[in-house]
Design a protein around this ligand. Sequence first.
Ligand SMILES: Nc1nc2c(c(=O)[nH]1)N[C@H]1C(S)=C(S)[C@@H](COP(=O)(O)O)O[C@H]1N2
Ligand SMILES: [Mo]
Length: 247
Amino acid sequence: MSDLTRRRLVLGSSALGLGGLLGGCELIENGPRRSGLYGLSDTLTLATQRFLLRDQPLVREFGPEAISAVFPTINTTDPDNPDYRRSKAVGFSDWRLPVSGLVERPAAFTLAELKAMPARTQVTLHACEQGWSAIGGWTGVPLSHVLASVGLKREARFIVIRSVDGWWDTYDLFDALHPQTILAYGMNGGDLPVAHGAPVRLRVERQLGYKSLKYLASIEATDRVDGLGQGRGSMVSEMGFSWYAGI
Ligand SMILES: Nc1nc2c(c(=O)[nH]1)N[C@H]1C(S)=C(S)[C@@H](COP(=O)(O)O)O[C@H]1N2
Ligand SMILES: [Mo]
């Protein structure tokens, strides 16, 4: 199918999709823009967005009154990585999140830059595979926005995320571009506490807790995941959990 045909088809069906997520039809008619608020690359087209998201349910969101009085912390709660400790001592003012790989414009974002991007707040149920759940409120920038601003290349199929404590995981574009997948720097109305992954953690709301990585160190776009680690797609799947176990 030619690009033009595909664009026209998508334009026709866009009214059915999650409207307005990344802007208007003008983007489709005129082709991708390289600058502006959303800076879509030629590859992360609105067409892809509409297609990927057309059937995707959002997980339930609660009101603030549902927030759990206690939200447990688990596994790593204060990384002993020396760079992390140094950065924590200066309030993460020197912290950077590199976004690289199959992107048009690799970048390294400061916390202030992420906070200046469009924010989303969501109160959701977190379910840990270790048998507990809690409701928390998370504020952050949608990962889709960050990926659009660096311009995902057409070949990109997965997003690799690494944490300062050695955890890593990979996400298909369905989850990476999902509107509730955010890089969270806030929790329950305040800054994200260190025990919950400061300065920035991932929230991937349709997945079990272990896919919501804390202490983000880097983001990379890739076309395959079998070359990473033992080839199972994530650190936890090398320990016997599922790479994907949606809830
Ligand atoms: N980097 C990193 N991310 C992580 C973990 C971790 O130990 N290190 N634990 C995971 C698990 S199993 C869960 S349930 C949640 C726990 O987040 P919380 O400590 O904020 O409750 O983070 C996930 N992300
Ligand atoms: Mo977990």
